[in-house]
Each structure stands twice: as structure tokens, then as C-alpha cells.
Write a protein that binds this ligand. Structure first.
Ligand SMILES: *Cc1c(COP(=O)(O)O)cnc(C)c1O
Length: 404
């Protein structure tokens, strides 16, 4: 069970007024808020043991290195990777995808095919298009239906011996749809293709078991799971990470450097050039502990109650249309009211203290599919309340009356 009073007290930012009204933060799919323990961990690192890692023999450097490597092990256990060095610490999902997409340049030939889904964030589309430009590989797209679900029978038709790689998100950030990733992975493996799962939007709601999924690559960002910005993971199976060339050259990623030839460091350091976001990685580990203490089952069931309540409530508004109506959804409601531009509603309800996202949500192909410029997206977290949903409803009714 989520003790909502206690949970909200952990998040100092929630207890404030915005534009004279109590803040109602419903933009969790863009980034969620940070509990005090995560904020404290950053302050504590810089106030007591800030030092560069993996280099110094001095005490602070060892403390920093230990804390950084402990965070990697927490992440290994949380995501259930077989080896800690299969967890590469990156700047976030976008960075992680670019490491893989760039690495595949030397592994693809002209005419090879790679498969994306219609439900992707731009950061899981554009790096692959760039890869196709470099290699002459061909990008195929699993289509979606009106409910905002992938059409799996079309996926079956796209798979062939030409397919080398499939990359889909676990949860769509624009609609909240939960995709059938186990089926996607198994079918790709049947024809010998590798799979990358973008977990940026699912990881705050669903704890994945990477070994059970048997996925080849998995990427996520700390800032959507109560951690800081600018940190994330790239998980890769050991054999894949060995196959991929390094992404960036620099310090930390080398074994030996001479002007004639440089040899690369072992995993994970091969992909961790330069001084990383040490405080951020340590805080990411603290965020993971915090989430696990709450319990992912508790989080999912509470958020599902919020979703059901909000869906019923918002549908009472005449002319309100929800995009993304799959039975398998996280707590995201993407909608429009009549012909009103989402931006106009977002601006008015901001004056009433309510933070939602408006626009295409970095997923323009989905908006094109529905032939709309964008949506208003209310995305919920385990610290949101039923009263906040009522405030959202009241604000939308008011905005509608002002704009119609
Ligand atoms: C947020 C998000 C990304 C991008 O994450 P960054 O932290 O901005 O790199 C990619 N995919 C999905 C599904 C997302 O929700």
C-alpha cells in the first residue's frame, strides 16, 4: 500500500504554490520529482567525498569509486543483469541509444533491415535513421491501430532473414501503451535479430527482469525514476558489448595508449570515457532503493487506480477525446477537447497551478497517425492524489468555458 501522506512528505517540491495555487504536478512522463533522500545524496557527495574515480589512491577517491561501483551493482540487481559490467553508465536514454546505433555502423550491410515501431520517441527513431544513412540499411515500421497498440500481425510480416535489429519502447511516452515486449523479443530471436528495448517510460512503473526477457540491449534514464537528470544506463549482453566498438575516445576507456596504437579497456570502462556524472550515478542508486522500498507492485496498483479514476472523470467533459485506449496502459492520459489547441488549454491550466505537457511529446509520427497537431498529456506518479485529479477536471472545465 502507498501511504500517500508519508510519500508526499518525501518530495519537498510538491509542497508549494505556483501562480498562487497549490502545485499539481502531472508531467511525470517528461521527468518526475526527486525525494529528499536523492537530493541529500547529491549534497552529501559534494560536501563530503567529491573526488575523481578509478584513478586516485587517496581516500576520497576510493570512497567515491566505491559509491559509484556500488550504484552499478544496485542497478545490476534491480534490472537483473547477469554481470555488473553489463550495466554501462551513460548520460541517459538518448546517449545509450546513440552508443548502440553508432556501434552498429560496422555490423550492418547495405540492404539489411532494422525494425522500429510507430509508437516511438524521437530518440528511438532518429539515431537509427542516421545509421541507415551511413550503412544503406532499411528502416521498417511496425504500424499502430486506433487504440494506440502495435499491430503484431504486421510485425510478423516484417520479420525476415534480412532483419538484423528490432528496437521498440516498453511503454509509449505519448500514449502510455505497454507493448508486448516479450513476444517482440522472442519473435526477433527466432530469426536471429537482436532487440533493444527503450525502458525510459516503463522503468518508473514496471521492474523488468532483463535475463528473463532475454533482451540484447535495454536503455533507461534516471530522471524518470526519481533520480537526477543527465544519468542513465545502457544494458547490453556481454557478447554484444564486446562486439560493439567504443563510442567515445578519451580517458578511462583505454588499456594502453601510444601514438602508434591504443588498446581499449575492458567492460564497462570501454564505454565510459571521461569523468562521469559521479554524484548523479550515486543518486540514481539511491532513487532505485527508494522505489524498491515503496515496492513496484504497490506503485503499479496505486497508479492504476489513479488512471481508472482520472479516465472516468475526464470523459465526463463533453468533447474530450482520449488518444491511447489500450487495456495495457501506464498512468498516462493523452487527450484533446473538441478543436481547441492543446497549447491554449495548457497555458490556462498552468495559471491554475496545474503542470501538464502539451504538444507532440517527441513522437510526431503518432500525432500524424491521428491527424492532430498534438495532445494534452496528464501523466501520473505514485505521489499524485485523487484530489489532484479533481483539480485537473475543474481546471479543464474552466479552460473549456473560456475558450469555447
Ligand atoms: C524520455 C524518453 C526518452 C528520452 O530520454 P532522455 O532522458 O531525454 O534521453 C526516450 N524514450 C522514451 C520512451 C522516453 O520516454
Amino acid at each position: 500500500m502507498i501511504d500517500i501522506k508519508k510519500v508526499r512528505a518525501d518530495f519537498p517540491i510538491l509542497n508549494q504554490k505556483v501562480n498562487g495555487k497549490p502545485l499539481v504536478y502531472l508531467d511525470n512522463a517528461a521527468t518526475n520529482q526527486k525525494p529528499q533522500v536523492v537530493i541529500d545524496s547529491i549534497v552529501n557527495y559534494y560536501s563530503t567525498f567529491n573526488a575523481n574515480i578509478h584513478r586516485g589512491v587517496h581516500t576520497l577517491s576510493q570512497l567515491a569509486t566505491n559509491a559509484y561501483e556500488e550504484a552499478r551493482i544496485k542497478l545490476q540487481h534491480h534490472f537483473n543483469a547477469k554481470k555488473s559490467y553489463e550495466i554501462i553508465l551513460t548520460a541517459g536514454t538518448t546517449h545509450s541509444i546513440n552508443i548502440v546505433a553508432t556501434g552498429f555502423t560496422s555490423l550492418l550491410n547495405e540492404g539489411d533491415e532494422i525494425i522500429v515501431s510507430a509508437l516511438e520517441h524521437h530518440s528511438n527513431i532518429v539515431p537509427w535513421q542516421m545509421l541507415c544513412e551511413r550503412t544503406g540499411a532499411i528502416l521498417k515500421v511496425i504500424p499502430m491501430n486506433l487504440e494506440g497498440e502495435l499491430v503484431m500481425s504486421e510485425y510478423d510480416k516484417l520479420l525476415s532473414i534480412k532483419t538484423k535489429l528490432v528496437f521498440v519502447n516498453h511503454v509509449s511516452n505519448a500514449l502510455g501503451t505497454i507493448n508486448p515486449i516479450k513476444e517482440i523479443i522472442d519473435k526477433a530471436h527466432n530469426i536471429g535479430a537482436a532487440v533493444l528495448i527503450d525502458g525510459a517510460q516503463s522503468c518508473p512503473h514496471i521492474k523488468p527482469d532483463l535475463q528473463a526477457l532475454d533482451v540484447d540491449f535495454y536503455v533507461a534514464s534516471a530522471h524518470k525514476i526519481c533520480g537526477p537528470t543527465g544519468v542513465g544506463i545502457l544494458y547490453g549482453k556481454e557478447e554484444w558489448l564486446n562486439k560493439l566498438p567504443p563510442y567515445q575516445g578519451g580517458g578511462e576507456m583505454i588499456k594502453k595508449v601510444t601514438f602508434e596504437k591504443t588498446t581499449y579497456a575492458d567492460l564497462p570502462h570501454k564505454f565510459e570515457a571521461g569523468t562521469p556524472n559521479i554524484a548523479g550515478v550515486i543518486a540514481f542508486g539511491v532513487a532505485i532503493d527508494y522505489m524498491n522500498e515503496l515496492g513496484f507492485d504497490n506503485i503499479a496498483s496505486y497508479e492504476n487506480e489513479l488512471l481508472q479514476y482520472a479516465t472516468k472523470k475526464l470523459l465526463q467533459i463533453e468533447g474530450l477525446k482520449i488518444y491511447g485506449t489500450s487495456q495495457h496502459k501506464t498512468a498516462v492520459i493523452s487527450f484533446n477537447i473538441g478543436e481547441i489547441h492543446p497549447y491554449d488549454i495548457g497555458t490556462i491550466i498552468d495559471k491554475l497551478g496545474i503542470a501538464v505537457r502539451t504538444g507532440h511529446h517527441c513522437a510526431q509520427p503518432i500525432m500524424d497517425f491521428y491527424k492532430i497537431p498534438g495532445t494534452i498529456r496528464a501523466s501520473f506518479s505514485f505521489y499524485n492524489t485523487f484530489e489532484e485529479i479533481d483539480l485537473l477536471y475543474d481546471a479543464l472545465v474552466k479552460a473549456k468555458s473560456m475558450l469555447c
